[in-house]
Design a protein around this ligand. Structure first.
Ligand code: B12
Length: 422
C-alpha cells in the first residue's frame, strides 16, 4: 500500500470531514504507538544516550520536542565524554562518531565548532575514516566493519564534507566483491548502509563525480531486491527497515516497497521490535523517511504532539521453569555441555548468569553496545574484533537473530556458544 497515498488520504479526510479510511488510520495508529515506544526508551537514564534513537526521533513526522532536546543535551555531555575517552585510548569509534554527527545534524545543531579533546568533531571523523582506509589498504578489511565505514561516509557527506574517491571506491569494491558480511553470512544491513552512503555522494555533485556511482548503486539496489524473501523481509526482520530506507533513498517509490513494508508492519504488530536500536532503524522506513533526510533537516514548524501516557505495568513472570542446555565450543578444543533450570521467559543473559552462579566451570563477560550486552568472553576466552572472531549464538542448530538480552527462553532447548572466525 502506498504511504504517500495514505498520508494524502488522511489529510483529505480531515479537510473534507469525511471519515478516514480504516486502513489509513490503522497505519497511522501503528506508527504513532511505535514512535511512542521509541520515545519511552529515553526514560531509561541508566544507559548512555543512543544517537541512533535520537536520529530516528528527529526524522519522524511526530515529535515530543521537550524530550528530544533533553536527550540532545545528554548526547552532548554523556556520549560526548564517552567518545572523548575512547578517542584518548585510541579505540576505533567510526560508527558511533558518525551516528553522533548524524544525530546532531538532524537536530540542526551547529557542530562545526564542537570539540572533542580540543579537536573539531569533523576532524576526528575524517581521521577515523583515514585509519579505516589505511587498514583496508594494508589488511583488506576496515578497522571496524563496512557498516561503520558506510556510516562514516554518510555522516561526512551529510555534513557537506568532501569524501575522496579513494574512500568511496573502497566501499564500492567491497560491495562488488561480497565483503559486506555479517560474520560469515551476507549482511543486508551493510549493503543498505553502503547504498545510502553512496547515494548521498551521488546527490552531492559538487563533492563527487556522481556518474561513477551509477553502476555501483544499480548493483546495490539489485542485491537488496534479490534479498527479498517470500514473506517480504529483506535479509531478516532486523535488516528490512534499513533495506527499505536504502531503496527509497535510491529512488524507489513507496509502492515498489509494499511487500517489505507490510512485513515490517506485521513485525511491529507482533512486537518483534522491542530493542530501541531495532525500532530506531525501522521507524524511519515505515514513515518513508531515510537517513539521507538528516542532511536537509531544517527543524522548523515541527509537530509537537507526541505525548507519553503512564508506564504500562511490568509483566508477571509465569512461575514455570524450563531446562536449558548450554554448550560452549571454543573451536580449538572439546565442547562442554552444562544444564540449568531457568524461569520460563528468562532472557538468555539471565539464564547465563544463573548458570555461572550455580555451576562450576562456566563464566562469561559482556561489553556494552548500542544493541545491549555483547557476549565477549566465555570461560576466560575473549573473542574480539581485532582478531576477527566472536562468540556465535545458536539454538538447536539455528543461528539466533537476537542477542543475549533480547532472546527469551520459552521452551527447553540447547544453546550453543561457539567461537567463530570470520
Ligand atoms: C558488524 C556486526 C556484527 C559483528 C561485530 C564485530 C565487527 N566486525 O565489527 C559480529 C559478526 C561479531 C556480530 C555478531 C553478532 N551479531 Co551482529 N551486527 C553487525 C552489524 C552489521 C553492524 C554493527 C555495527 O557496527 N554497528 C555500528 C556501531 C556504531 O554500533 P555499536 O552498537 O557500537 O556496534 C557494536 C555492536 O553492535 C556489536 N554487535 C554486533 N552485533 C551485535 C548483536 C547484538 C545482539 C549485540 C548486543 C551487539 C552486537 O558489535 C558492534 C561493533 O563493536 C549489525 C547491523 C545493524 N543493523 O545494526 C548486526 C546486528 C546488530 N547483529 C545481529 C546479531 C543477531 C548478531 C549475533 C547475535 C549473531 C549470532 N547469532 O551470534 C552476534 C552477537 C553475539 C554475541 N557474542 O553477543 C543483529 C541484531 C538483531 C537483534 N535484534 O538483536 C543485527 C541487527 C544484524 C541483523 N540484521 O540480524 N555482528
Amino acid at each position: 500500500m502506498n504511504l504517500v497515498f495514505f498520508a494524502g488520504c488522511a489529510v483529505l479526510a480531515l479537510v473534507t470531514g469525511r471519515p478516514q479510511d480504516p486502513a489509513t488510520s490503522d497505519h497511522e495508529d501503528l506508527i504513532l504507538s511505535f514512535n511512542k515506544k521509541l520515545l519511552r526508551s529515553l526514560e531509561d537514564q541508566s544507559i548512555l544516550p543512543n544517537p541512533s534513537v535520537h536520529l530516528a526521533l528527529r526524522l519522524s513526522t511526530h515529535h515530543n520536542l521537550g524530550m528530544e532536546s533533553a536527550h540532545l543535551v545528554r548526547l552532548k555531555t554523556e556520549l560526548h565524554k564517552d567518545l572523548e575517552s575512547s578517542l584518548s585510548k585510541q579505540q576505533p569509534v567510526t560508527g558511533l562518531l558518525a551516528l553522533y554527527t548524524l544525530a546532531l545534524r538532524s537536530s540542526c545543531t551547529d557542530y562545526n565548532s564542537l570539540m572533542l579533546n580540543q579537536q573539531p568533531l569533523i576532524q576526528h571523523l575524517k581521521k577515523q575514516m583515514e585509519l579505516e582506509k589505511e587498514h583496508i589498504a594494508t589488511s583488506h578489511r576496515p578497522l571496524t566493519n563496512y557498516y561503520q565505514y558506510s556510516l562514516g561516509i554518510l555522516a561526512l557527506c551529510s555534513s557537506g564534507v568532501r569524501v575522496s574517491t579513494h574512500v568511496s571506491n573502497k566501499l564500492v569494491r567491497a560491495v562488488e566483491q561480497g565483503q559486506t558480511k555479517h560474520g560469515v553470512c551476507d549482511s543486508i544491513d551493510t549493503v543498505a548502509m553502503a547504498g545510502m552512503a553512496l547515494q548521498c555522494l551521488k546527490d552531492s555533485p559538487s563533492m563527487h563525480d556522481g556518474t561513477q556511482l551509477e553502476e555501483p548503486l544499480r548493483s546495490i539496489k539489485q542485491k537488496l531486491l534479490d534479498s527479498q524473501r517470500e514473506d517480504g523481509h529483506m535479509g531478516n526482520e532486523f535488516s528490512t527497515g534499513l533495506a527499505v530506507q536504502a531503496l527509497l533513498a535510491m529512488g524507489s517509490q513507496v509502492s515498489d516497497c509494499s511487500a517489505p513494508m507490510e512485513a515490517l508492519r506485521v513485525d511491529v504488530r507482533k512486537g518483534t521490535y522491542h530493542n530501541p536500536m531495532a525500532i530506531s532503524q525501522t521507524l524511519p522506513a515505515l514513515q518513508a523517511r531515510t537517513y539521507l533526510h538528516a542532511k536537509t533537516a531544517e527543524c522548523r514548524d515541527e509537530d509537537n504532539s507526541l505525548a507519553l501516557g503512564p508506564k504500562p505495568p511490568p509483566k508477571e513472570p509465569p512461575g514455570q521453569t524450563v531446562t536449558l542446555q548450554v554448550e560452549v565450543n571454543p573451536g580449538d578444543g572439546a565442547p562442554s555441555i552444562k544444564t540449568v533450570e531457568v524461569p520460563k521467559g528468562s532472557s538468555l543473559h539471565e539464564a547465563l548468569k544463573l548458570l555461572q552462579q550455580h555451576q562450576e566451570g562456566f563464566t562469561f563477560e559482556t561489553e556494552t553496545s548500542l544493541w545491549g550486552p555483547f557476549l565477549s568472553v566465555v570461560n576466560g576466552v575473549r573473542a574480539r574484533q581485532s582478531d576477527r572472531s566472536y562468540w556465535h549464538l545458536s539454538s538447536d542448530g539455528t543461528s539466533l537473530s537476537e542477542g543475549i538480552q533480547d532472546y527469551k527462553i520459552e521452551k527447553a532447548q540447547k544453546i550453543t556458544i561457539k567461537k567463530t572466525s570470520y
